[in-house]
Design a protein around this ligand. Structure first.
Ligand code: MN3
Length: 201
């Protein structure tokens, strides 16, 4: 069975950028909901229920057709939110160092350019979805968006950063102003956590 992980910080820890009420509902209702529905979708599939979720998403074609979309939606939702909580911090490292910093400079130009491109991708994702920084199969960085809860892992991409741009992630505090939410979110993105993900690629 899949379990909702604890947040590594309290619900009010990311104030004023992300408010406590949004964090609590996001974690205890939305993320819990994906967790429960993933378990329901895989009921009776003991082998799948004991596999890491990223392994399931990487091999999504092994899921029986009747259950596949439910696993894409809820397995994606389960995994995406785990990454989202991990890469935010009340005491974030403000910019990348080392190999990841070099790669961003080499491939994107500068950290400022990266932020501008990522922000644009997050802003222009139509409807519910995510913006991502991923490493592709050729070990290059890519900034992409996905719809709904589709995980980049399904396409063989390794996510380093994921930004939730579903309205449930920001509507209470920012209403329809997704741009303000994204601007605020950069203040809680922890480059230390992102570097750790890059080390494991
Ligand atoms: Mn969400």
């Amino acid at each position: 069975m899949f379990k909702l992980p604890q947040l590594p910080y309290s619900y009010d820890a990311l104030e004023p950028y992300i408010d406590a009420q949004t964090m609590e509902i996001h974690h205890t209702k939305h993320h819990q909901g994906y967790t429960d529905k993933l378990n329901t979708a895989l009921e009776g599939e003991e082998k799948l229920l004991s596999m890491p979720v990223l392994e399931i998403l990487s091999n999504i074609d092994m899921i029986p057709e009747a259950k596949k979309q439910a696993v894409i939606n809820n397995g994606g939702g389960y995994a995406n939110h785990i990454l989202f909580w991990e890469i935010m911090s009340p005491d974030p490292k403000k910019s990348p160092e080392g190999k990841l910093a070099e790669l961003i400079e080499e491939e994107v130009g500068s950290l400022e350019q990266f932020k501008a491109e990522f922000t644009d991708t997050a802003l222009t994702q139509f409807g519910s979805g995510w913006a991502w920084l991923v490493v592709n199969k050729n070990n290059k960085l890519e900034i992409i968006s996905t719809s709904n809860q589709d995980s980049p892992v399904m396409k063989g991409l390794v996510p380093l950063i994921g930004l939730d741009v579903w309205e449930h992630a920001y509507y209470l505090k920012y209403q329809n102003k997704r741009a303000d939410y994204i601007d605020a979110w950069w203040n809680v993105l922890d480059w230390n956590a992102v570097e750790e993900k890059y080390k494991n690629v």
